[in-house]
Design a protein around this ligand. Sequence first.
Ligand code: COA
Length: 260
Amino acid sequence: MTYQNILSQTSNGITQITINRPSKLNALNRDTIQELHDALEVANESKDTKVIIITGSGEKAFVAGADISEFADFDVKKGGKLAAKGQELLFDYIENLSTPVIAAVNGFALGGGLELAMACHFRVASINAKMGLPEVSLGVIPGYGGTQRLPQLVGKGRAMEMIMTAGMIDANKALEYGLVNHVTGEGELIALAEKIAGKIMRNSSVAIKGAIKSINANYKDGVDGFKTEIKQFGKCFGTEDFKEGTSAFLEKREADFPGQ
Ligand code: COA
């Protein structure tokens, strides 16, 4: 598939999706959100993809937010639709993908950019990364899940302060807050994400799928995470991966998971 605003390439089990509008600091316009959805769907269904890495092109930005020029003249109805459609197509979609998604935050991750990173399963950042939800400085609130996911990741008080002040935090502060898992030098970010992806790929993709579902269940209204875990745990016992994983352990060899 060819895209106008993103690049997607797969090798050694990893699909790297790069948002590629550097002249607009990779701001998320409508087309980019749709293309990201499409590329993620293709990767999630591909047998060649075990882990997805999302990053931004250029040296300055991961994503500097939703494209402000697209919604500056919206009314109440259009504003609500913008958030609902974006959440469905991209942000909730990523969170619930069965393939692990790592955000490699390589510069500004602001507004919708930080919301995109937070929708990924976890985040790594380069030392020049700057993160924030500046929406209230524009007279709106975060609308792509930011008011929900930021408190989940950093705690309510820190999220309240970040959102109310519209300020930015640097990579080390993000690490201290638990917003990112690792910080590295600018040139080493993708290598770090790939190294972690390599560790993930050694494990059962079927079991990882069940783990993602169970972890996410803890954050869904009206869903009992413990019950979800019990169901997913039980399901594992009917998989080829389980047979292979336990046999390999008992035979003192490395597992070669079929992914079923
Ligand atoms: N939407 C649309 N365009 C954006 C954008 C966004 N969220 N963020 C940056 N851009 C565009 C700028 O308009 C500019 O385009 P132009 O060259 O055609 O004028 C280009 O990207 C470069 O940005 P610029 O502001 O010149 O870079 P800078 O280094 O001076 O500042 C930022 C960088 C990130 C501080 C600044 O771009 C910014 O504050 N962006 C908006 C952040 C934001 O509020 N995001 C939340 C949106 S809900």
